[in-house]
Design a protein around this ligand. Structure first.
Ligand SMILES: [Zn+2]
Ligand SMILES: [Zn+2]
Length: 404
């Protein structure tokens, strides 16, 4: 990965990619105040204990996991005063907030990841909750990332599980992208898959080692997270990293946030989405016959209103109504996806078991998860495998077939 940082690449996809010049520093987390001598640090109750932060240039959230809200972003801007750089010490939420706060206040941004749990560290995007709805804002990539492998490998076990969940999502996400390329002639780039595919294979083979906190295995997971974030920057959106599985995840996350609850770690809800998305691909690849059923807009609306307030439901439905679902040449789809399907799915199924997908499925149950899957293609305009099932009138019967 390091060999592409800061480079300009003339890609076979027809575009010129500019890779951000991110400096990766390997050091002990305790060195953070020296590595970032001018920075203002953001941490939470958990991560603050890892470093001796200079009091005059740090802010520690009183919560163990502060929510990524506009209010908290504003708080960071205010607390960081005149310091020229904001550095987050933490995982997904803190990184996203610090990145967005730095962008809004014209400061530099750097980060110290404390878990290999998400691919947010190297990205430029910041998903933030605005009145309960998750919106993704453009922000800036980090100037520097401090990597302390001892901290990463000793992260809470659920963050390691979540890290594997979020990274293996790149497999169905790639398949969704290929699908949309076929169905909608959507732009696609192979470079951002080529730089991931071997890392992903290795993570699938070494999931157990990651959970056993083996240094080199955790390092591969972290590298893959960094590459995935860079891929989003290269392409200019989250297509390489997020497909149908992330819609399932976002819907579950919003369901909790709507109720004022903390959702499970991002990658844990993503793994539920990966499970569902794999099943959807299985229907197409294995030509599984499901009953065709109508799923009218009124019924969607009713189901959505059972989960979300009216304002959000209106927004979801208007997104859905703008969607055009083309008819898809299924034989072409099967041929184009065959290799990915055969290369990755058997290993992916095994990895989902290792990271205990069952515990997440049992937590939410068949009825709730079926509803979430039926509704998840209403929340984003991005074309995925769920839209293909929708176009074939299978979206209503499909979740019941999954056998959660
Ligand atoms: Zn993700
Ligand atoms: Zn490209």
């Amino acid at each position: 990965m390091k060999d592409i940082l800061g480079k300009t690449i003339e890609c076979t996809c027809g575009r010129t990619h500019t890779v951000p010049n991110i400096e990766i520093v390997e050091a002990s987390i305790k060195e953070a105040p020296c590595v970032f001598p001018e920075a203002f640090f953001i941490a939470d109750l958990n991560t603050a204990s890892l470093v001796d932060l200079p009091e005059e240039r740090s802010f520690v959230f009183a919560e163990k996991r502060p929510l990524t809200t506009v209010k908290n972003v504003e708080r960071i801007i205010k607390e960081s005063g005149d310091f020229p750089e904001i550095v987050s010490i933490g995982s997904g939420s803190l990184t996203d907030m610090a990145r967005y706060a730095a962008y809004l206040s014209g400061k530099r941004f750097s980060c110290v990841p404390t878990a290999p749990s998400v691919d947010a560290y190297t990205s430029t995007m910041a998903p933030v909750l605005v009145n309960g709805v998750k919106r993704t804002f453009k922000a800036i990539p980090p100037g520097k990332i401090l990597i302390d492998i001892e901290v990463l490998r000793n992260a809470p076990i659920d963050l390691l599980r979540a890290g594997i969940g979020d990274i293996v999502a790149k497999i169905p996400a790639r398949m969704d992208w290929v699908l949309s390329h076929i169905a909608n002639s959507e732009y696609i780039c192979d470079f951002v898959w080529d730089d991931m595919k071997d890392l992903l294979k290795e993570i699938l083979l070494r999931s157990k080692d990651i959970l056993n906190r083996e240094k080199d295995a955790v390092r591969i997971l972290m590298d893959a997270q960094l590459v995935s974030g860079i891929n989003m920057v290269i392409v200019g959106n989250s297509r390489p990293a997020s497909g149908a599985e992330h819609m399932v995840s976002h819907l579950i996350e919003m369901f909790h946030e709507e109720r004022g609850e903390l959702p499970p770690f991002h990658g844990l809800t993503v793994m539920v989405g990966v499970f569902a998305s794999m099943k959807a691909f299985e229907v197409i690849m294995e030509k599984i016959e499901l009953p065709k059923m109508e799923y009218p807009l009124e019924e969607r609306k009713k189901e959505l209103l059972g989960l979300f307030d009216e304002r959000k439901v209106k927004e979801f439905l208007s997104t859905y109504q703008k969607k055009e679902i083309p008819s898809v040449d299924l034989d072409l789809v099967r041929n184009s996806l065959r290799k990915l399907y055969e290369d990755y799915f058997p290993l992916l199924r095994r990895t989902l078991e290792i990271i205990e997908i069952r515990s997440m499925l049992n937590r939410y149950g068949r009825i709730f998860l079926s509803k979430i899957v039926r509704l998840s293609n209403t929340i984003r305009d991005r074309f995925t495998i769920f839209d293909v099932l929708d176009g074939m009138k299978l979206l209503k019967s499909f979740p019941e077939w999954i056998g959660w």
